[in-house]
Write a protein that binds this ligand. Structure first.
Ligand code: ADP
Ligand code: MG
Length: 812
């Protein structure tokens, strides 16, 4: 008898070998298999007849095989299969499709799913015949297909005459996987349900009763929210009843889908709520903020704070005054002025005799913070000590002697504000009395890193946790933020400092490079400075993650060019429908072009994968198009000293044009810079471009962002570039970014410490997330009096079990 916990190998059609393969996909039990939901459905109750087909749409068509042919072309073999239905035909094409040669037999019934395009021969024929329409002839590139068996197998009913679930393949290219098609899944899941049928097992449904599919949510909650039982929901998502509206199925909004998604999010939120509650019980430091402290804070302000800065400071102050440790995330768009707020918080800690640490993701940024903190605090006398504040810098590249010396000062409590990179987390960097940790550009750190620093014990053995203020310029909706950074409260700076003029953003192509360089020259002539950013350091390949220290972090600069993310494919269903690369057409570099520069640049494009790199363009431009200007080169492979010297020279205006990679993505603040040129902008992600653009527009004069594209702009890249031109609002861009990449990639699992969801999608299911959060808070605070105590106990027990199994990463 099957139960949810039964290992998959005991399921009909699975067995040891397939089970071993499934295990690599995280599928060990019957339950795991049942939670591998269809990612799409086909309405084969009413398959579309060819007469109703509309070119340009996704369609599911059933027809008979009328012919097959394997074409040898220069770009590889193409397999063509013509599917017919009455007078209509759909020509299906698979690139590199030699493996399909013997799959289809004439007359066989086949279902295909893909994007319909008018067939060119059909258009020609229609034109000759003087017909307007394409005469019922279409083609599909790389459709998904399924051969419909013609035997009398009763399970055939799973394929035709119903709404058919379509599963993401669990196999793909693995040797054992050839079998694990959608069809295989349907049969396996069907037989599981046959065996699980509760009719064979008496017993009232409910959390504490025994059924094959135990309920996981309290019944009163289910009925209040009008959600179906777990078993009913599982059955309905795999085999929807006739009449279930297709749009609801496709958008995962049937009651069955909602129930499963809600369940997953409810337990997630319940776990997070528990974590927040525990956090509130922790011992922290209650900082005093008397008049002297307030005076000290005011002293350092070089300008009037914005209303938003005042508001978030008040929120931070309120947290710091409490005896519980602060856990706050400060969100604010690039350039909104988070740093000064952080400095004010640091002063509060220092005035209370505690140390503050500011951690930045790159050495460049840490150094910049150090220099500006010294400037800001330089002439300020601390009211409590009567002396200036002692600020130190601790980064990985300090020479060992200096490092030891600095660590000593930190340990003895002589250093009051410690600014650094992840080097701060090295075990040797013990603090005498760490009261506040500020994490700048928090999204560039992993969650684990954040926790490591927070947990550092103080030297005198007092077990109080320091306050933590994390800052990020990646704006995300509040509920998402609260979920992703589950233990953090959120403050938002939603206002820019006054006097900023909007940044003019333009798209252009590499053919217009000469005009871009001309523009840069003009700006420099007016005393301004420019950044030129390239996707790679040197060489042609796209394999150079440009992060300063993040040795084991996700290469942020690479994720941008990933064509279709898992979740994007899930949502859009476009997987496998991409045509192979377009031939390497070199647009724009016409022979006899007037500019001598262009012909040289065009050499770089001889190979289509060739990318312009920071190093090569630095050499090319300083003797070529930008000759006479003072150019600097900055990238992650330079030593820390070289980087520091170059940055300092750029700050002082001794460099006009800084040729760089994404090392300058975060934080860098040079107000005189007015031009940001991003080359190969098509390769950058939205968050990155937005951050890069934020490097300019920091002064009062007009600034420009020029997005120059190479030859290979994908559809998604096109959307990104247009969005950059259309808006400067970080929230809007983040939304689009989230949509394009999906939460998993957007945040990075490591970053959030969140598990992969089985059914939920944080982006798509936002409304359910809100509901789950409310329900979880309510449940944790005061469970519904209608709930029997046994049900309450089962929920907590289940949370524990889930927390361990799936959220093991996240500390409770
Ligand atoms: P981010 O939030 O991106 O870290 P910064 O803290 O680097 O932004 O601030 C961007 C720039 O704006 C800095 O040059 C800072 O000095 C300036 N700035 C911050 N707050 C104000 C303000 N209230 N008025 C004027 N300029 C400000
Ligand atoms: Mg900043």
């Amino acid at each position: 008898m099957l139960e949810l916990s039964t290992p998959v190998k005991f399921v009909k059609r699975v067995g040891e070998r397939i089970a071993a393969g499934l295990a690599t996909r995280g599928i060990d039990t019957v339950e795991d298999l049942l939670y591998h939901l269809p990612f799409r459905y086909e309405d084969r109750l009413n398959p579309q007849s060819m007469a109703e087909l509309v070119p340009g749409t996704m369609a599911s068509v059933i027809g008979e095989v009328r012919g097959t042919v394997l074409l040898r072309t220069r770009s590889g073999p193409i397999f063509e299969m013509t599917l017919g239905q009455g007078l209509g035909t759909v020509k299906c094409m698979w690139f590199h499709g030699a493996y399909l040669k013997d799959r289809f037999k004439l007359g066989q019934m086949v279902a295909v799913y893909g994007k319909l395009e008018p067939s060119r021969s059909a258009m020609a024929a229609a034109a000759i015949a003087g017909q307007g329409a394409s005469a019922g002839r279409f083609k599909m590139i790389q459709p998904q297909f399924e051969i419909i068996p013609d035997g009398a197998d009763p399970e055939d009913s799973l394929e035709i005459g119903r709404i058919v679930p379509v599963y993401e393949s669990l196999g793909g290219t693995t040797p054992w996987g050839a079998k694990l098609t959608s069809k295989w899944m349907r049969r396996v899941v069907w037989s599981i349900f046959e065996e699980l049928d509760p009719a064979t097992k008496p017993g009232a449904p409910g959390l504490d009763s025994e059924t094959w599919v135990p309920e996981t949510l309290p019944l009163p909650m289910l009925s209040r929210l009008a959600l179906p039982s777990r078993l009913d929901a599982l059955r309905a998502v795999h085999f929807p009843e006739a009449g279930t509206p297709m749009p609801e199925l496709i958008s995962a909004t049937t009651p069955a889908h909602k129930r499963l998604i809600f369940e997953e999010l409810f337990y997630l939120e319940l776990g997070l709520e528990l974590k927040r509650r525990r956090m509130r019980e922790r011992v922290g430091t209650a900082f005093a903020t008397g008049p002297a402290v307030r005076e000290a804070i005011k002293q350092v302000l070089p300008f009037h704070p914005t209303a938003a800065q005042k508001r978030v400071l008040a929120e931070i102050v309120a947290d710091m005054r409490r005896p519980q440790p602060m856990r706050r995330l400060l969100q604010g768009d690039v350039g909104s002025g988070k740093t000064i707020v952080a400095m004010q918080a640091a002063i509060i800690a220092m005035e209370n005799g505690a140390q503050a640490a500011l951690m930045a993701p790159t050495e460049i940024l840490a150094t910049q913070h150090y220099l500006s903190a010294r400037k800001l605090l330089g002439d300020v006398i601390s009211p409590s000590t009567g002396k200036p504040y002692k600020v130190v810098l601790l980064t990985g590249s300090l020479d060992p002697a200096t490092k030891r010396q600095t660590q000593g000062r930190i340990m003895r409590g002589e250093a009051q504000l410690v600014i650094g990179t992840h080097a701060l987390q090295e075990d040797k960097a013990d603090f005498a009395n760490l009261g506040l940790v500020i994490v700048d550009e928090q999204h560039r750190f992993g969650v684990q890193q954040r926790f490591k620093l927070m947990k550092k014990p103080t030297a005198d053995g007092v077990a109080s946790d320091p306050d933590v203020l994390a800052m990020t310029a990646t704006p995300i909706p509040r509920t998402l933020a609260l979920t992703l950074y589950g233990d953090l409260e959120v403050s938002v700076i939603d206002e820019m400092p006054p006097g900023r003029t909007p940044i003019v953003t333009r798209r252009t192509t590499e053919e217009h490079a000469a005009e871009v360089w001309e523009f840069v020259r003009k700006q420099v002539a007016q005393g301004r400075q420019a950044y030129l950013v390239y996707p790679v350091i040197e060489g042609s390949k796209d394999d150079q993650p440009e992060l300063d220290f993040a040795r084991d972090e996700e290469p942020a600069s690479q994720s941008a060019s990933q064509p279709v993310s898992k979740s994007a494919a899930k949502n859009g269903g476009s997987r496998g429908l991409q045509a192979p690369d377009k031939p390497a057409g070199i647009r724009g570099f016409s022979p006899g072009s007037s500019s001598p520069k262009r012909s040289k640049t065009s050499n770089l494009f001889a190979a289509k994968t060739k990318l312009r790199s920071a190093t090569e363009m630095f050499d090319e431009l300083r003797t070529g198009a930008l000759a006479g200007l003072r150019l600097g080169l900055l990238h992650g492979r330079l030593s820390a000293d070289e980087k520091e010297v170059t940055m300092a020279r750029f700050h002082r205006g001794e460099i006009d044009v800084l040729v760089s990679t994404t090392v300058i993505e975060v934080g860098v603040d040079v107000a005189n810079a007015s031009v940001m040129v991003i080359d190969h902008a098509e390769r950058f992600g939205l968050a990155q471009m937005h951050q890069l653009r934020g490097r300019v527009g920091r002064g009062a004069s007009k600034s420009f962002c020029i997005l120059m594209t190479g030859d290979n702009v994908t559809e998604q890249a096109d959307v990104r570039l247009n969005a950059m031109v259309a808006t400067q609002n970080g929230f809007e861009l983040a939304e689009l970014d989230l949509q394009q990449r999906g939460p998993g990639e957007f945040f990075g699992t490591r970053q959030t410490g969140l598990p992969e969801f089985r059914v939920a999608n944080l982006l798509r299911d936002r409304a359910l997330l809100e509901l789950a959060k409310v329900e979880a808070e309510r449940f944790a605070a005061k469970p519904d009096p209608a709930l029997p105590p046994t049900e309450i106990a089962s929920v907590w027990a289940r949370l524990k079990q889930q927390w361990q199994r799936r959220y093991g990463l996240v500390e409770a």
